[in-house]
Design a protein around this ligand. Sequence first.
Ligand SMILES: *Cc1c(COP(=O)(O)O)cnc(C)c1O
Length: 377
Amino acid sequence: MSNEEKDSDHCQKNVSSETAIVQLGNRKFTDTGSINTPIFLSTTYQHPEFGQSTGYDYTRTKNPTRAVLEEGLALLENGRFGFATSSGMSAILLVLDLFDSGSHIVASRDLYGGSYRYFTDLEKKPKITFSYSESEEQFETLIQEDTVALFVETPTNPLMEEVSIENLAKIAKKHQILLIVDNTFYTPYIQKPLDLGADIVIHSATKYLCGHNDVLAGAVMVKDEKIAEQLEFQLNTTGVVLSPFDSWLVIRGLKTFPLRMERHEANAKEVVAFLKTVKEVKKVFYPGRGGMVSFKINNESAIGIFLNALKVVTFAESLGGVESLITYPTTQTHADIPEKLRIEYGLTNDLLRLSVGIERSSDIIQDLQQAFEKIEN
Ligand SMILES: *Cc1c(COP(=O)(O)O)cnc(C)c1O
């Protein structure tokens, strides 16, 4: 939905996006003065008169609760348009729906396992084909006649390698193709890909944007009106929209988003400093920003003992929530990537991925320390 209409009287002007996000939905529902956005469950909306619409007709097309969230999503990434989808995967599906059968995409080699699974499935149909780039430089060399887009994660998941969005945007422009960035890991708190030249930003809002490990949601943000029109058409057509309840939960999550990110990042830096002192740790992967940290341990066979010993950090899939979670990509998030391929590009079986939560950092570190002591030999 366009966030242009939001610039009407009830919205505060000239405030930072951080303030606007905290107040998302406030001053909008003037009938009641409700500070919080109501959850509009009604699937259908009365026409004031024949041939007229309030702007809301049917909830798949547009829902008032979702519209407030979409305004906030656009605001976060400095986009003009935001779309709230039923999951991060459906956000990716929505975006890839922009392309014709027979298109080719160059994607990051180190990629969220679910994205890789989906791309592999598309190749089997066959609908879209993919090449995978292992470095910033390699992207351009993989562009073919039928390439329509670059699909980038930076930093990558879980090896935390960064590429320059600005450089890739220049390459995309030169070849007249789109640059799509999955910004789930860094979030707009750290980088705003649309400002750096990307055309489309995707999020698993399940992660940092909502931030409480209690909603499955996705987001797509763009500046370009034509792309927005296509996305809006496709979203209404396929119906992979976010429900009003879940939209409300993401709005609620967004209000503390910058605050949470600040703490995630500060805690992650402390955890990284600690991990670098641990002799059981072979290598730490941290790009210097954000709340995600990966590390490899010397004794791969002790991974089970280490995970079982944790009492504060929880052994579970996913990331970006207030609770610290530790993931074993080999059997969890990246299990669908063939082992040989994974190992070739560095995602080996001795790697653990830590989503550093917002607990007190000393508690997280103490927990990791006592678990490392169990595997000392
Ligand atoms: C989790 C994740 C997705 C998929 O999102 P869902 O909300 O789980 O469908 C996509 N990309 C990245 C980087 C993710 O971490």
